[in-house]
Design a protein around this ligand. Structure first.
Ligand code: HEM
Length: 53
């Protein structure tokens, strides 16, 4: 397994978006592959699916 369990971490959308934009630790940035709208949509999805409001 690579990276933390997001179900346990329950990151808010801003935290997911930051990880996607900037990368964190050995997680690469997705900035070159996703536009801002896609990053925002995925961040909202992950935060809600993992239990954050
Ligand atoms: C696009 C899908 C992905 C999403 C939504 C995602 C989301 C996240 C989030 C929210 C964190 C926590 C950031 C924090 O602590 O503030 C994280 C950490 C991490 N992710 Fe991802 N990730 C994705 C893809 C990947 C991929 C492809 C890899 C591996 C190549 C990866 C490896 C990691 C690692 C190693 C960490 C822990 C970094 C650290 O704390 O040093 N992630 N990810």
């Amino acid at each position: 397994m690579i990276g933390p369990s997001l179900d346990e971490l329950q990151p808010d959308a801003a935290r997911v978006a930051r990880a996607l934009r900037d990368g964190i630790g050995s997680m690469p940035s997705f900035k070159a592959h996703m536009n801002d709208a896609d990053i925002h949509a995925l961040a909202l999805y992950v935060s809600q699916a993992s239990g954050q409001k």
